[in-house]
Design a protein around this ligand. Structure first.
Ligand SMILES: Nc1ncnc2c1ncn2[C@@H]1O[C@H](COP(=O)(O)OP(=O)(O)OP(=O)(O)O)[C@@H](O)[C@H]1O
Ligand SMILES: [Mg+2]
Length: 504
């Protein structure tokens, strides 16, 4: 340090000028906390003179107190102890002040005096508060967004995930969880592709990207379909500083799309079945009359005594084939719903039991295990018992055919009280239905079985019966492990039987 006596008069002079020229009020305090003087800015700011402050205690002038501060908290004591500056911030009404205390060391390096300066930081504070408010607002917007928002630095390290993003991706814990890097948000290789597209001006503009449908992976490795928009964040100089992406889970949208597609398919199916039904009814009625004639005259001929054995045999064939045609016509009438129906209040479980009794002894079921998982609850429906028996039998026979005589058929009943629906499921362990056949199985005469043995009317009859009961039938599941058909009946509710009771 330069000794005082070596200092030129000029240097001493400008050193004094520096103190006076400081733009903020400053005072010199002795180690016993007595004010020794102040700079010009101080005297002017507080309209005080040297005489008025000299010898006064600092706590009096600075903190407007009459007693000294606790020595542990006294900033001047800290400056003397540490030989370095300390500061604190103070607020008078709307004015914010930063008070900085710096040591003035003597020739031996000890603290001879302390310089205290009062810096007006009101404007800085107000800007800081505004900035804090804006940050707080942006944070609220991000965190209350219904979309998942993720931000990352230039290297791809994730530094922000809002609550929806945490839920979508799972296990992000401020960089502590499994997910830390944007590469972990996508299937392998996808993150690089996204970054490449983001920088490609031809895709959505430079630094911007919108992908209506893409795949992300969550922390459990599950792939999720999302709509995604991303952007590069640039600093004032136009350099890339971060990236951000917004994701919207498409689960609900896909579900609605699938439901719509299903509804359209069902509509097309029922329209097709309705016109096929009309056709079937027309054909059945047209054939019925000539067929009755063929059967009648063939039977009459067969009763005659004057015919030879060959002719008798031929007549037998005619009658057999005509009877087969008659049963087809009968089936067509059931399918087209032209046959009469007699509905009563019945227990679905009883129908299932009855139908199984009817087929119990058939050779087809010898090596088949039939399991019943019937609900204990009341399963009342309005139904034509014999038609429902026919429906169950057709479905069970198909199940047995699909298993080539060996396997398990499970019949399950249950109800959904809220939806007022009663369900019957028939599950087999057969070969399944190829996807290409699914839209045809309910068509009359569609069969994959041996021609001549099967007419392909079984499921069309089932369909007709189901429709007649205001029910619905569908293939719930099918594949190499088997097929499950489900029939959904409207649950019987008391007012259904005699609505007039409720009316005036
Ligand atoms: N449980 C099932 N598993 C696999 N395929 C089935 C099943 N049920 C029906 N199918 C398929 O649907 C087709 C149509 O069935 P449907 O009952 O209408 O006729 P069918 O059984 O072939 O002949 P029919 O019932 O007149 O004797 C069957 O030929 C078969 O290909
Ligand atoms: Mg069948």
């Amino acid at each position: 340090m330069k000794k005082e006596e070596n200092m030129s008069a000029e240097e001493k002079y400008w050193r004094m000028r520096v103190f006076d020229s400081l733009p903020y009020p400053s005072v010199i305090i002795s180690p016993d906390k007595t004010l020794m003087g102040a700079n010009k800015t101080f005297y002017e700011a507080f309209n005080l003179s040297f005489k008025e402050i000299f010898g006064k205690k600092c706590y009096h002038t600075f903190l407007y107190k009459n007693t000294p501060c606790d020595s542990d908290q006294c900033t001047i004591s800290k400056v003397i102890r540490d030989k370095k500056s300390h500061s604190f911030t103070l607020r008078h009404h709307y004015r914010w002040e930063k008070r900085v205390f710096s040591p003035i060391l003597d020739e031996n390096g000890d603290v001879a005096h302390v310089m205290g300066s009062m810096l007006d930081i009101t404007q800085t504070k107000s800007l800081e508060n505004q900035l804090h408010g804006v940050q707080e607002f942006i944070s609220q917007v991000i965190h209350s967004s219904a979309s998942a928002i993720v931000a990352a630095d230039r290297q791809g390290n994730i530094n922000l995930m809002n609550s929806v993003a945490k839920e979508l991706f799972g296990d992000y814990n401020g960089g502590e969880g499994k997910i830390r890097h944007t590469a972990q948000l996508y299937p392998p290789g996808k993150a690089q592709e996204v970054m490449r597209m983001l920088r490609d001006e031809k895709v959505g503009g430079k630094g911007k990207l919108l992908i209506p449908r893409t795949t992300i992976v969550n922390s459990h490795g599950k792939e999720i379909e999302v709509e995604m928009s991303a952007a590069i964040i640039y600093d004032e100089k136009g350099n890339e500083s971060a990236t951000m992406a917004i994701y919207n889970d498409l689960k609900d949208k896909i579900k609605v799309e699938k439901e719509l597609e299903m509804a359209q398919k069902q509509l097309a199916q029922s329209e097709k079945m309705a016109s096929l039904g009309q056709l079937a009814a027309g054909v059945a009625h047209e054939i019925n009359n000539p067929l009755t004639g063929v059967l009648f005259y063939a039977s009459l001929l067969l009763e005659r005594k004057d015919i030879d054995e060959d002719m008798r045999e031929d007549l037998g064939y005619i009658l057999e084939d005509a009877n087969r045609c008659k049963s087809i016509v009968k089936s067509l009438l059931v399918y087209s719903r032209s046959a009469g129906t007699q509905k009563n209040l019945v227990q679905l479980n009883d129908i299932v039991e009855q139908s199984l009794t009817l087929i119990r002894d058939q050779k087809k079921f010898r090596n088949i295990i039939i399991k019943k998982e019937l609900s204990d609850e009341m399963m009342l429906i309005q139904a034509d018992t014999s038609k429902l028996n026919q429906m169950v039998i057709n479905l069970v026979i198909n199940a047995a055919d699909a298993m080539d005589g060996v396997g398990t058929i499970t019949l399950t009943t249950y109800k959904e009280k809220m939806l007022k629906q009663i369900y019957l499921e028939i599950k087999d362990t057969g070969t399944g239905i190829p996807p290409g056949n699914l839209s045809k199985i309910f068509d009359p005469f569609f069969t994959t079985k041996e021609v001549g043995k099967s007419t392909g009317l079984g499921l069309s009859i089932v369909y007709g019966i189901v429709e007649e009961h205001g029910a619905k039938i569908s293939v719930k599941k099918t594949g190499s492990k088997g097929t499950t058909f489900v029939v959904e009946f409207p649950m019987y509710v008391a007012s259904q039987i005699n609505p007039s009771l409720c009316q005036p």
